[in-house]
Design a protein around this ligand. Sequence first.
Ligand SMILES: [Zn+2]
Ligand SMILES: [Zn+2]
Length: 296
Amino acid sequence: MTEHLIDLHTHSTASDGTLAPGDLPPAAAAAGLAVIALTDHDTTAGWAAAAAALPPGLTLVPGAELSCKWYAADPPISLHLLAYLFDPAEAGLRDALRAVRESRLTRAERIVDLLRADGVAITWDQVLAYAAGGTVGRPHIARALVAAGLAPDVSGAFASEWLGPRYRVHKADLDVFDAIRLVRQAGGVTVFAHPKAARRGRIVPDSLIAELAAAGLTGLEADHADHSPAERSAVRGLAAELGLLVTGSSDFHGTNKTVRLGDNATTTTETYERLVASATGTRPITAPGDRSSSAP
Ligand SMILES: [Zn+2]
Ligand SMILES: [Zn+2]
């Protein structure tokens, strides 16, 4: 089996990346990728533009990164599920994603209100403009803070008090068990994104990951910029124990983060093929007439 460079976690302007979905495939090809998954937060809005921009030799895996919570924890713990190859028209998942997007919008508006009440000179229109019609997220508020001269760059804005606890507003994320069930119902597969990234916030215990595996989770993302070497090997060990697939991805966000396309893209061709074989909702996409194969 020939090994290909496979990157199963990227964002476009349909959520909080800085490359348009139509600009992502050419950039992926230039980075030497054979397969790229588009996994914008809680939306499939970028799928069509990305599919239309596929160069020969590149396969697109349509996906999304779902904002989830483990509500049984007190307080609930946030987690991200990568969902691949689901049917975007399936009503259960489609409606759930819409509800999460609406909640993101309300939350972002509330954060801007809180900042303005403290005299921070940013506006809601400005944040909406940065989101450019895509899913609104905190990186768009971060860019407004940079433009207002309150932070040197987006990561500086995230490290500042302006996106700190005082201005934290919760959104109505999907219950993680519901998310797995809805994605399966739509014919898709799920991979737990950066499950051990303690630097991003509280993480769930291994016992919960075992429950998720029993509920139908397919894989764990081991290689990710936010995982230390120890965290990566802990994920690999747990996946082996639970019989889950292991992926590695860039979580590319364009200039909103420092990672490049293809960074940490360690997913093997065999794992990719097993993910595709487990999904029935939709197929990987190649350019019309591209016979280089949809499964590399
Ligand atoms: Zn994530
Ligand atoms: Zn991501």
